[in-house]
Design a protein around this ligand. Structure first.
Ligand code: HEC
Length: 324
């Protein structure tokens, strides 16, 4: 009798818990989605201006001030997709160019947690922006790696892969940039190489030889545009040195892949880009060209601590493309 009664209670409890769980799930699933609404505030305008001024001028040291303004503006208007996106990027910039800090504080990794949070907000508010899953996925992959959570790592990896399939002109680069730190003989690194070739072929509308590419500015110059999906292939007012950065990373990838000649070709191509004349990071290119063998050996060596400052691993991880 006693047994039956207590089983009854357990049973009733389980049913109630099940109902509650069902209710909770239903309540959560039927909640209204967060809706985008552009902010009209002066604060938002000032914060946005502060971001771009400091980003274009590569003023990494001003990130705390920019972050303060953008966070304040976001808290006032948490439905503005642009504010969420810029706030995410401020955190990503901070962690990506951490080589500027000495020593690098361990809490730097916390910026990835915040970047993930705000990229997720931005994605919800701007679901048609195919660039965002690339950024969000790469941040997730980094977080999974840091926190040694393989599930999160895979989630991030497949998110970037899907993003690259949806918008290859942009996210093939993101995929390659995300995977450049993998061991040179791994299949993940092979994907970083393949993604750059695919991106190049798509942007320049031809198939390049994978061993001895002939890269010239004149035949592709007429394709240049600053509108539509292919704008991300070129230098634009928004990203003034996109191509210099793209080919600097491409060269780094080829060098790590053991292709010294092809790497040199992509590095040298940078000098033919019209905006090269005003690019601030010519010394980074010259350093590579003067030390191709040394860089290649170090990139392919087992000791990660001996890596040269390849683009993602350097003080110009973001500003190589974005600084004016
Ligand atoms: C290879 C060049 C390159 C690198 C490196 C690069 N970006 Fe970008 N970035 C781009 C391009 C291209 C776009 C897209 C421009 C467009 O949509 O017209 C972009 C877009 C952006 C935007 C604008 C989003 C918007 O539309 O408001 C921000 C902010 C940004 N990147 C931040 C960063 C940060 C932070 C880093 C470093 C982790 C970085 N970028 C690294 C090329 C680059």
């Amino acid at each position: 009798m006693r047994m039956t009664r207590s089983f009854g209670w357990i049973f009733a409890g389980a049913v109630a818990a099940g109902l509650l769980a069902g209710c909770a799930e239903l309540a959560i699933r039927s909640a209204p989605a967060k809706q985008p609404r552009a902010s009209q505030s002066d604060l938002a305008q000032n914060a946005t201006r502060a971001f771009w001024e400091n980003f274009y001028e590569a003023r990494y040291e001003n990130i705390p001030q920019v972050q303060m303004l953008l966070t304040a503006a976001y808290l006032e208007d948490p439905n503005d997709p642009r504010l969420a996106l810029l706030l995410a990027h401020t955190h990503l910039w901070k962690v990506s160019e951490r080589a500027r800090l000495s020593p690098v504080p361990p809490e730097i990794t916390d910026h990835l947690i915040l970047a993930e949070r705000y990229f997720a907000e931005a994605r919800q508010l701007a679901p048609d922006d195919d660039r965002i899953p690339g950024w969000l996925g790469s941040v997730k992959l980094a977080l999974g790696t840091i926190h040694r959570d393989e599930r999160v790592t895979r989630e991030g990896y497949f998110m970037v892969k899907a993003a690259a399939a949806a918008y290859p002109q942009f996210n093939d680069f993101t995929l390659s940039y995300t995977l450049v730190g993998q061991p040179h003989d791994s299949s993940r690194f092979a994907e970083a190489v393949a993604a750059m070739w695919e991106n190049l072929d798509l942007c320049f509308g031809r198939r390049y030889d994978r061993v001895r590419p002939v890269l010239e500015w004149a035949p592709v110059a007429a394709l240049r545009t600053d509108i539509g999906r292919s704008r991300v292939c070129w230098n634009t007012a928004l990203v003034p040195h996109n191509m210099e950065g793209f080919f600097l990373h491409f060269g780094d990838v080829l060098l790590k892949n053991g292709q010294k000649e092809a790497a040199e070709t992509t590095y040298r191509f940078i000098k033919t880009v019209p905006e090269y004349a005003t690019w601030h990071y010519k010394p980074a290119l010259e350093e590579r060209l003067a030390n191709l063998d040394d860089w290649m050996a170090r990139l392919r060596g087992a000791d990660r601590a001996n890596d040269p400052p390849y683009m993602l691993n350097s003080v110009i991880a973001c500003v190589a493309c974005h600084a004016r």
